[in-house]
Design a protein around this ligand. Sequence first.
Ligand code: NDP
Length: 401
Amino acid sequence: MAKVLCVLYDDPITGYPTSYARDGLPKMERYPGGQTLPTPNAIDFTPGELLGSVSGELGLRKYLESNGHTLVVTSDKDGPNSVFEKELVDADIVISQPFWPAYLTPERIAKAKNLKLALTAGIGSDHVDLQSAIDNNITVAEVTYCNSISVAEHVVMMILSLVRNYLPSHDWAKNGGWNIADCVSHAYDLEKMEVGTVAAGRIGLAVLRRLAPFDVNLHYTDRHRLPESVEKELNLTWHATREEMYPVCDVVTLNCPLHPETEHMINDETLKLFKRGAYLVNTARGKLCDRDAVARAMESGQLAGYAGDVWFPQPAPKDHPWRTMPFNGMTPHISGTTLTAQARYAAGTREILECFFEGRPIRDEYLIVEGGALAGTGAHSYSKGNATGGSEEAQRFKKAS
Ligand code: NDP
């Protein structure tokens, strides 16, 4: 029987909800492109409820305990005295989420002698040292597509809110003002702007599709080019490198995974290639950007706005400069964990666990590492190596509060 260690974010400060704003979720069977939604044998939760926090337990307790497994759920994930670090030593399976990542560093993997499966209840497994997973024959899997559209919607919202100066204008209204000139002296229309995405995978392409009706000129760069029919349909301009795309764009959005090839790809040097006053939206991973280089570009006006929901490490220390830099539209990591997305990633987590326990293959599209090598989506979209370096700084969030 297995010990399953599950790290989830805390419940709301007002307590676990007893009612919700809406009744039920829209029905969906397939994602764009045809991939089916998760297909577990059963679920023990009501879609639309809060599943991603500690009391939600991803709806897994009944299933796991009725099959004789042990489930430990905690939000205490950082530092040597954390519940996570103590429970990890004999855990067979770790479930974690990008929103509140339990970093599986080389040191932690070395201590986790029984670990066989690192399961991401979401998308993006960069919080796991993939090289150590490869070397130690640990399977890494994530719920591909579960929240890609959730994030694409968020990207569009953030682009519009930066360009139109929404958040500072909302603050004027909320604080009793009517300061039109203060609001609009930093506000523009998106129409006819040049908008580019780094990566046109599930999220990047969905962003392009959603932005096309805004009458903007669309650009992308990716390691694999999209089919010609899609390029024509959306009137896309492809760029062979990121560096060629940056200078032509008014808005750049990052939609690629974090891996050693993409870490800190936005830095002092590459920011010089941007148009003065460009907007940058990053809902992919905080570590794609050099934190201080972004803060400097915002202070100098090289960037007119920066928005996103991803930081490094997470939770971000209270003094992280992105919390306070001018014209930022930052939120905690939330875009992929709407109640809608939670129902899909909880069902996908259950599907992966059922496959694992019943000896059935995990869907190829869910695999990142298997059998000592990058596999499935991991082989397509990631590179080998470790992107968890520096994650111990997450402890500072607690210490400073
Ligand atoms: P996909 O796997 O569908 O897309 C990833 C794309 O990135 C692929 O097209 C891949 O290209 C491309 N890519 C990889 N490396 C590079 C590179 N060096 N240069 C350019 N393109 C590259 O994943 P999703 O679109 O669903 O998700 C993307 C990322 O978004 C996730 O990895 C995660 O980090 C983040 N995310 C954030 C969430 C949030 O809540 N904020 C939620 C979900 C995801 P190719 O395959 O052609 O090599």
